[in-house]
Design a protein around this ligand. Structure first.
Ligand SMILES: [Zn+2]
Length: 458
């Protein structure tokens, strides 16, 4: 058997690994994500394999860097089935529709521009109709811990990865050989989703390494830091902006703010959830509370743990614009999380140049994104075609990350019953992988960092 990786090799996004049994040409692919780093965007249009020849696609979780190219795969002839857990399917549907809409809008804008300038037409990765077509290919029946024998002889087993609602790491076996693909592993201290399960055993492991070079601050300290930022900003008569992913992070933030409110810690303010997408996702969370940490279940049974009196749900664009009239004591949660687009950009335009305001980053910022530039303390940035000085206070709270940190990644992999033949590092920046590699080698693992399209024997 062989494994080839077509994404998240020496970079974070675009996850895709293909397992092929060369004897009968049967295959299983794990994830087919969108590349989000600017320098790798071109790879989104590449298919370095025949999509018609892939039997199954296993989806570890619904984040776009793991599922965001599925409509493109189908558009190009994939005829297999896509297997995942039920919540992953529900979340992937709303996230893919949102992505399809953004891609279509960008395409129309670029097309107009190219016609005006008499330049080459842009390419369209996929549109909303391709997204709708892709839903017919999903079989959302994977359940944690239950092995499934596929028609091509591979056996697939999903386990809770503790990353976001419905997330899995998967073990895939055939002919006495086995591989585990970690997907994204979760931060154990987070409040809602359960902790990751341990990997058991396999001949080869593909593990994510997003935070392989560092440890997060504890969740308790991160909450204290967050509350201190809110209080300080309100003392200075400013607003707090939180660019947030719609999935998991927005819910975590609401959950924490509700706790602050109930504990009497949250100063009187207005909290705006300005993301229709995050609202849809929150509803999917409420429907699937059986997936959450045991002590959360009574809370979900009682009501909506993401709601509290200071919260305003913003639905239409007019309401969103009205938030700009609020000059102080507002907490604005909006997407996109890395500032690729979305309503957060309008709020940034109105707030980033004023020193009394705060922008709080609560998630990973990929290279080349506006979010990364602001986090890297660039003094001037372009927002929606205009140049702005960054005078607002910039904070990064990594402890709210949905990713395991270095200690947790090590805890997960050292729980293996036997040392695998090889550990392949994926889903991380190259320098981070280097740090994590030496940590694993110190512990006696044989570690390898595969390249894009490189063939690994199993
Ligand atoms: Zn993820």
């Amino acid at each position: 058997m062989i494994i080839k990786s077509f994404g998240a090799t020496k970079n974070v996004t675009g996850s895709c690994h293909l397992l092929i049994d060369e004897k009968d040409d049967s295959s299983v692919m794990v994830d087919f994500g969108l590349f989000q780093e600017r320098e790798f965007e071109e790879r989104n249009y590449r298919l370095d394999f025949n999509p018609k020849g892939i039997d199954y696609l296993i989806l570890t979780h619904a984040h776009i860097d793991h599922c965001g190219r599925i409509p493109f795969l189908i558009k190009n002839g994939f005829k297999g089935r896509i297997l995942c857990t039920k919540p992953t399917y529900q979340l992937a549907k709303v996230l893919l529709l949102d992505t399809g809409k953004i891609i279509s809008e960008n395409y129309k804008y670029e097309l107009k521009k190219s016609l005006r300038r008499n330049e080459e037409k842009p390419r369209l990765l996929y549109n909303e109709s391709d997204v709708l077509d892709s839903f017919d290919y999903f079989d959302p029946f994977l359940e944690y811990g239950k092995p499934y024998e596929l028609k091509n002889g591979f056996v697939v087993e999903a386990h809770d990865a503790g990353h976001i609602l419905g997330s899995s790491f998967v073990k895939i076996k055939k002919n006495g050989k086995s591989a585990i693909f970690s997907g994204d592993l979760g931060n154990k201290e987070k409040p809602i989703v359960r902790n990751f399960e341990y990997p058991g055993e396999a001949d080869i492991i593909y593990t994510e390494t997003t935070y392989g070079d560092r440890n997060h601050r504890s969740f308790k300290e991160s909450k204290e830091e967050f509350l201190a930022v809110i209080k300080e900003t309100f003392k200075n008569n400013g607003n707090v902006l939180i660019p947030s992913y719609a999935t998991e992070r927005a819910q975590d933030i609401l959950y924490i703010l509700r706790e602050f409110y109930e504990q009497g810690l949250l100063p009187k303010c207005r909290v705006f959830l300005d993301s229709p997408l995050a609202l849809n996702v929150t509803n999917i969370f409420i429907q699937n509370f059986s997936y959450f940490k045991e002590d959360n279940i009574p809370l979900f049974k009682k009501g909506d743990p993401f709601n509290f009196p200071y919260l305003n749900i913003v639905k239409d664009v007019e309401e969103s614009k009205n938030i700009n009239k609020v000059s102080e004591r507002a907490i604005i949660i909006a997407g996109s999380g890395m500032l690729h687009g979305g309503r957060i950009l309008h709020h940034l335009k109105h707030n980033i140049w004023k020193k009394e305001n705060a922008v709080v980053f609560v998630g990973y910022q990929a290279k080349g994104t506006l979010g990364r530039k602001i986090v890297a303390k660039e003094k001037k940035v372009d927002i929606l075609g205009e140049n702005f000085e960054v005078n607002a206070q910039i904070y990064t709270i990594n402890g709210f990350s949905s990713h395991a940190d270095q200690n947790e990644l090590i805890e997960w992999i050292t729980a293996l019953r036997f040392k695998p033949e090889k550990v392949c590092l994926v889903h991380g920046d190259e320098d981070v992988m280097g740090v994590y590699k030496s940590k694993l080698e110190e512990r006696g693992f044989s570690v390898y960092i595969p390249d894009y399209t490189e063939k690994i024997n199993l």
